[in-house]
Write a protein that binds this ligand. Structure first.
Ligand code: ADP
Ligand code: MG
Length: 479
């Protein structure tokens, strides 16, 4: 790879554009549309000299990714289009962000003349920051760094993109970066690792990690105390904004509107945005379309449950970090049996170490089997109807009164039936007890609910997904 100066010769540029367009036509037919959009659309053809084409890519990571994943396809395509001696040169050009101060327009007050007041963001934001500083101090957990994150096939793209962003926050095509995946798979860890790395390398001044709930609470609070414009200004002044679990923005219209404006300001100013979500953006419900379309602008990278090798590596690493050393067969036993997520893996390790130190005994396979019996064989042992009620209410965003009440609204009825179904399958409660717990209902209602959901799981992928997710959450809660 060579670094090239921006081209000067118009003819070479036009030639490059023509040739590159033909290449793209071939490439487009050979890879999926999302990959094409992510990796090929941002490329700019710079010049064609003899049989050497120079293309501009937005970052070092970008170049490496293309070389690693699309080398053969690119080589074949370029030879097809240009000829046997074709050569490809990359030019890595990282775009600079504008340095102009961001301004914010305050909403008009009814008592004021209809002029728009313009103020510098920084001063107002600073005031807000000062009065809230105690709440923004400890937002990054120093434990969540790249070094303690194990890379595997299950998280390769997410990990690579996160590292790349930490190198060049805001100055890459991954804006926003959306990390998505199920519970306990490392979204928060990775998102915070970006923040910690950027902070350590002083690549950005103001880094803010905030959970969706905290953002929402602060926003509501700002409105109630007449400080909305300060809140907005504060967020618009951030250089790296990480918002965790954006699925919780669902149905919160005012908050979404605020996020939309903050997003626009930051994005335009080339400030980096990192979001995490428990599902792909396109599966989010209760969100404004314009917000969703912006969330899809950058790169979405998923985190999958870890495979066996990755589970082993994670256990090994956690053991080292805890200064413990477990026999190989114990580690293998846990890695074989705990498959769904990483928080659970950790939970097993901690429980085992705690028991061993409590009883002053060595950790061996027999101890592991005894201690982890509940978790591994029958994780449902600790699940109660109260836990089911809580998890179902959280998941569907209902109050216990909704769940137990008389309303026959479809979504309430479904949540209620799923709760009863889980009650029957995950606890040893009788139909009668379950009926009483969920709003004093008759045992025949419970039987009907169980049958409905059993059937529903086969017929509706959505019901199946909900039930699986709820079971997973309950198992974790019961650890
Ligand atoms: P999520 O936000 O996706 O629910 P977390 O980021 O909270 O998950 O991860 C749960 C736990 O698992 C954390 O303690 C985290 O450090 C750990 N963890 C997750 N993924 C990895 C990984 N790849 N390597 C090491 N630890 C991990
Ligand atoms: Mg999380």
């Amino acid at each position: 790879m060579r670094d090239e100066k921006p081209l000067t010769d118009e003819a070479e540029k036009v030639a490059a554009q023509t040739v590159w367009k033909k290449c793209l036509d071939i490439i487009r037919d050979n890879i999926n549309p999302q990959s094409f959009k992510t990796w090929f659309e941002p490329i700019v053809p710079l010049k064609l000299v003899d049989e050497e084409i120079t293309i501009q890519v937005p970052s070092q990571f970008f170049y490496e990714w293309i070389e690693e994943n699309y080398y053969t396809l690119l080589k074949r395509t370029i030879i097809d289009v240009i000829g046997r001696d074709a050569k490809l040169t990359y030019s890595v050009v990282v775009q600079q962000s504008p340095v102009e101060p961001v301004t914010v327009r305050l909403p008009q007050q009814p008592t004021e003349p209809p002029a728009v007041r313009e103020i510098k963001t920084s001063r107002v934001a600073l005031d807000f920051y000062k009065s809230n500083v105690h709440r923004y101090e400890s937002y990054l957990n120093p434990k969540y760094v790249f070094d303690s994150f194990i890379k595997g096939d299950c998280n390769a793209l997410a990990f690579a993109a996160a590292k790349s962003i930490a190198e060049t926050p805001g100055k890459n095509t991954f804006n926003p970066l959306v990390l998505y995946g199920g519970v306990g798979l490392g979204k928060t860890h990775l998102a915070q690792a970006i923040g910690n790395a950027v902070r350590a390398r002083q690549k950005a001044e103001m880094i803010l990690y905030v959970s969706c709930e905290k953002f929402t609470l602060d926003f509501v609070n700002a409105i109630q105390t007449n400080r909305r414009s300060e809140f907005s200004a504060f967020y618009r002044n951030v250089d790296l904004l990480i918002i965790d679990d954006i699925q919780f923005f669902a149905d919160k219209e005012k908050t979404q509107e605020e996020v939309f404006h903050i997003f626009n300001t930051l994005h335009q100013a080339n400030k980096q945005i990192v979001l995490t979500c428990d599902r792909p953006i396109k599966e989010l419900r209760g969100m404004e379309e314009r917000l969703l379309s912006r969330f899809a602008w950058g790169l979405s990278a998923d985190l999958q449950p870890p495979d066996y090798e990755t589970r082993l590596a994670i256990l090994q690493k956690k053991m080292e970090d805890n200064g413990a050393s477990l026999p190989r067969d114990v580690i293998e036993f846990i890695a074989t049996n705990v498959v769904s997520n990483i928080r659970e893996l950790e939970g097993c390790l901690i429980k085992l170490m705690a028991t061993a130190s409590l009883h002053g005994c060595e950790i061996d396979l027999t101890l592991a089997k005894t201690v982890l019996k509940d978790i591994i064989r029958d994780r449902t042992v600790n699940i109660t109807l109260e836990m089911i009620e809580k998890v179902v209410c959280d998941y569907y965003k209902l109050s216990p009164n909704d769940l137990k009440g008389k309303s026959r609204k479809q979504e309430l009825a479904l949540a209620r039936q799923i709760a009863m179904f889980l009650g029957k399958t995950l606890t040893h409660s009788s139909f009668k007890t379950i009926g009483l717990h969920f709003g004093g209902r008759d045992h025949s209602t419970v039987i009907h609910a169980v049958n409905t959901i059993e059937k529903g799981q086969n017929e509706s992928p959505e019901i199946r997904k909900d039930v699986e997710e709820l079971k997973k959450r309950l198992e974790i809660l019961a650890l």
